[in-house]
Design a protein around this ligand. Structure first.
Ligand SMILES: *[C@@H]1O[C@H](CO)[C@@H](O)[C@H](O)[C@H]1NC(C)=O
Ligand SMILES: *[C@@H]1O[C@H](CO)[C@@H](O)[C@H](O)[C@H]1NC(C)=O
Ligand SMILES: *[C@@H]1O[C@H](CO)[C@@H](O)[C@H](O)[C@H]1NC(C)=O
Length: 274
C-alpha cells in the first residue's frame, strides 16, 4: 500500500453528496466529523447532542459529517436516505478505510475552503468525541484568540515516526524520511481559524502524503511556517479521562467517549449541572 504523490490532493476527488448551501448564512464555527459510512449510531449520538447546537453564545455553528464510498448500492441508498432526512452528510469518492484518513482530512479541508470560505473557525473532530461547544466558543471568542494562522488542541511534541511495520502507525522512510514529526495537533479534535484549510490544501500539493493524518497536517503547517498554539488551558483538550468523577466534564472542550452511548451520557451530565 503506497500512497502516490498527489494522491491526497483533494482535486483528485469529487463530492457525491454535498451540502453546498450550508454556509450561505455565514457560519461562525463549522465542525467537520470524518466518519465511516456505516457508523450511523455515532452520527445519531452526535446529532442528538453537541451536533445539534446551531447557535452558541449568539454565534452560528454547523456540524457536518464527511464519509467516503459505501460498500455497495444498498448501503449507498441508505446513506442517501439519511442524507435527505438530516441534510448533514458530505460524501467523496475515495475508498473509506483507515489507511485513507489523510485523504479524508484533505477532502474536509477542500470542502471548507470551497464551500465555506467565510466561516471564522472550523474544527476537525472524530466521531467518538464529546465536545463542549459552549467552552469551545468561549475559547474562540476570547480577545486573545487569533483569527488567522491559528490551530490548537492536544499538542504532540517531538513524536518519533513509527518504523515498526506491524504498527498501524507505520510510515516508511520513503514516504517520510525524517525520524521525528514537527509539532502537530492530535487528530481526535483540532480547531483552527478558517483561513487555514485553503493554505493547507495549497501546501499539500508539494508534500508527499503519508497515512497519519494529523502528523501530515503538521508537516503542511510547518511548510507554511505556522506553529500550532498551546491552548490557554491545555487541560481542556483531553483524550481519555481516566476517572470521569475526578475531572469536571463541564470544564473540558474535548474528551474521547468510549461509545456513542457515552457521548449522550457525558452530554446529559453536563446539562444537568447547568
Ligand atoms: C435538536 O434540538 C431541537 C430543538 O432543541 C429538538 O427539537 C430536536 O429534536 C433535536 N434533534 C435531535 C436529533 O435530537
Ligand atoms: C484507499 O484505501 C484502500 C485500502 O485501504 C486502497 O486500496 C485505495 O487505493 C486507497 N485510495 C483511494 C484513493 O481510495
Ligand atoms: C464543575 O464545574 C462547574 C463550573 O465551574 C461547577 O458548577 C460544578 O459544580 C462542578 N462539578 C463538579 C462535580 O465538580
Amino acid at each position: 500500500m503506497i500512497l502516490h504523490h498527489h494522491v491526497a490532493h483533494p482535486s483528485n476527488y469529487h463530492f457525491i453528496l454535498d451540502e453546498p448551501d450550508k454556509c450561505s448564512p455565514i457560519q461562525f464555527l463549522v465542525l467537520m466529523v470524518p466518519v465511516a459510512p456505516q457508523q450511523v449510531d455515532a452520527r445519531n449520538a452526535i446529532r442528538s447532542t453537541w451536533g445539534n447546537e446551531s447557535s452558541v453564545q449568539g454565534k452560528a455553528v454547523l456540524t457536518l459529517f464527511l464519509v467516503g464510498l459505501t460498500r455497495g448500492p444498498e448501503a449507498q441508498q441508505q446513506l442517501e436516505e439519511e442524507s435527505r432526512q438530516h441534510r448533514d452528510l458530505v460524501q467523496s469518492n475515495f475508498v473509506d478505510s483507515y489507511f485513507n484518513l489523510t485523504i479524508k482530512t484533505m477532502v474536509i479541508m477542500d470542502w471548507l475552503a470551497t464551500r465555506c470560505p467565510q466561516a471564522i473557525f472550523s474544527m476537525k473532530v472524530d466521531s467518538d468525541m464529546y465536545i463542549n461547544v459552549e467552552n469551545l466558543m468561549s475559547l474562540l471568542l476570547a480577545p486573545n484568540t487569533p483569527r488567522q494562522n491559528y490551530i490548537t488542541g492536544f499538542l504532540m511534541w517531538n513524536q518519533n515516526v513509527i518504523r515498526d511495520k506491524k504498527s498501524k502507525y507505520y510510515v516508511s522512510e520513503e514516504l517520510y524520511p525524517e525520524s521525528k514529526y514537527p509539532t502537530y495537533v492530535l487528530g481526535v479534535g483540532y480547531v483552527f481559524s478558517n483561513d487555514l484549510p485553503k493554505k493547507i490544501v495549497e501546501a499539500s500539493k508539494d508534500m508527499k502524503p503519508f497515512n497519519i493524518e494529523d502528523a501530515y497536517v503538521g508537516t503542511c503547517l510547518k511548510r507554511l511556517g505556522i506553529k500550532p498554539s498551546r491552548a490557554p488551558d491545555p487541560s481542556q483538550f483531553r483524550t481519555y479521562m481516566k476517572d470521569s468523577k475526578g475531572h469536571n466534564l463541564s470544564k473540558v472542550i474535548t474528551t474521547i467517549a468510549r461509545s456513542p452511548k457515552q457521548i449522550i451520557e457525558f452530554w446529559q451530565k453536563v446539562k444537568r449541572h447547568k
